[in-house]
Design a protein around this ligand. Structure first.
Ligand SMILES: [Zn+2]
Ligand SMILES: [Zn+2]
Length: 434
């Protein structure tokens, strides 16, 4: 208990010094649980009840205060306006992506969107498309599978339930930043670094490149996210994203961030694709599937469902790990794997919010380190269909001839990897039961 109390004091001091006022509210809520747990260990229910009432009362007051004041830190919007001015100035002096293309390469990196109607039409189409995807994911999670929700407990879970004007402004600007970012990913996908020949698909530019690109993306993203949380930078950029304690909207909570974050998020993903293309080669099937998976996992990390969706990479992260980051901002900086957080001591296991009794699972380290066999098999199936789709498009709808034969080696590799993952996890769980 003493050890945990020291931890609480240390954590509270760090939160108060380093992050926003919201962190303090969350820490108070967490403190209730620690006192509740401690008082039970002392076998003294009246003390537990008193502690609980006192801290819950404090917590409620603090939340009401946060709700009514809703202070907008002007440093974030000012930084966004300066960033916008820099981008517009730089773009006005930039050449087009290729000869004959309209608009600067920064806005039209593929050089394919050469009239304003096409550009604006496509931009307008991306907004409902993203909302539709988000609604489908939410409908499946809520009504078809019925996942446990992380934003509901037997007690009230504090969260940003209503977007305010400045949240909507950030979201509106980010629809534009995302559209341009998607075009830059498109420019990379249609560029020289990606191999479109179905006969050239192999284990290295297929499954291994897929795994490596996500590991690299997380390794680069980690220091950026860590620095974004430093006190000197936090109010200028990342504070906006942490207005949400418990993400539940999916896309909107993911996109409610500073445009600078959107820009470096897209840049890190493209840089990761480019670096992997230089090391293992990169097939179009891998690059397209990876980019879709990257976008969808980012939405899933901000949905309220406690799913086990994860990538076939070491120490895969689940949506619950990013949920923990929103509640405890100095933990879980990486978003797709927990490897870097474990290496640097910033990993924090998930604990459900708003539950009167904590439910902590004792999971063996080996099971946490090894991805599930179905994540490996699922990736294999999706890679196969991605390769098939590319060949069908190239053949103009005719029946593909090479996909089956070129995929055999990768299928064998993925099957072996999947069996290995299954055996390791099975062995670890049996050892735990014994
Ligand atoms: Zn987030
Ligand atoms: Zn953060």
């Amino acid at each position: 208990m003493r050890k945990r109390l020291y931890f609480w004091i240390f954590f509270d001091a760090r939160a108060a010094a380093g992050n926003a006022e919201f962190s303090v509210t969350v820490t108070v809520t967490d403190t209730v649980d620690l006192f509740w747990e401690g008082a039970h260990q002392l076998r003294c229910p009246p003390v537990a009840a008193s502690c609980r009432w006192f801290f819950r009362h404090r917590s409620n007051l603090s939340m009401q205060k946060a709700k009514s004041q809703s202070h907008v830190d002007p440093r974030g919007p000012i930084a966004a306006v300066i960033l916008g001015a820099v981008v517009i100035t730089y773009s006005s002096f930039s050449p087009p992506a290729k000869v004959g293309a309209a608009f600067p390469w920064t806005v039209n990196p593929t050089g394919l969107l050469n009239d304003l109607t096409t550009l604006l039409g496509l931009y307008a189409a991306t907004i409902p498309a993203k909302e539709l995807l988000n609604s489908v994911l939410k409908y499946v999670g809520d009504n078809i599978i019925g996942y446990v929700r992380m934003d509901e407990g037997d007690q009230k879970v504090p969260k940003l339930e209503v977007f305010e004007f400045h949240d909507l402004c950030y979201l509106a600007v980010n629809t534009l930043v995302e559209f341009v970012g998607m075009n830059h990913i498109g420019a990379f996908l249609f560029g020289k670094s990606v191999d479109y020949d179905p006969r050239n698909f192999n284990v290295f530019n297929g499954p291994l490149a897929f795994i490596a690109v996500f590991i690299l993306n997380d390794a680069i993203y980690y220091p950026f996210h860590l620095v974004a949380h430093r006190r000197i930078f936090y109010p200028y950029c990342h504070k906006q994203h942490h207005r949400q304690f418990v993400p539940f909207r999916g896309y909107a909570d993911a996109a409610n961030q500073h445009p600078l974050e959107q820009m470096y998020g897209f840049s890190i993903w493209i840089a990761s694709l480019w670096m992997i293309s230089k090391v293992t080669g990169l097939h179009a099937a891998t690059a397209w599937l990876g980019s879709f998976a990257w976008a969808i996992l980012n939405i899933c990390n901000h949905l309220p469902f406690d799913t086990r969706i994860h990538l076939p990479i070491p120490y895969p992260a689940f949506p619950q790990d990013h949920n923990t980051h929103h509640r405890f901002p100095n933990t879980n900086f990486a978003t797709l794997s927990t490897m870097t957080d474990r290496m640097f001591g910033t990993f924090r296991p998930y604990k459900a919010a708003g539950q009167s009794e904590s439910r902590t699972e004792d999971i063996p380290m080996l099971i946490e380190a090894v991805p599930s066999h179905w994540s490996v098999m699922g990736t294999g199936i999706l890679l196969f269909f991605s390769l098939l789709a590319i060949e069908v498009v190239q053949l103009g709808g005719a029946l593909p001839s090479t996909t089956m034969s070129t995929f055999v080696t990768s299928a064998s590799f993925l099957l072996t990897l999947s069996l290995l993952c299954w055996a390791l996890r099975k062995g670890a769980s049996q050892k735990k039961e014994a």
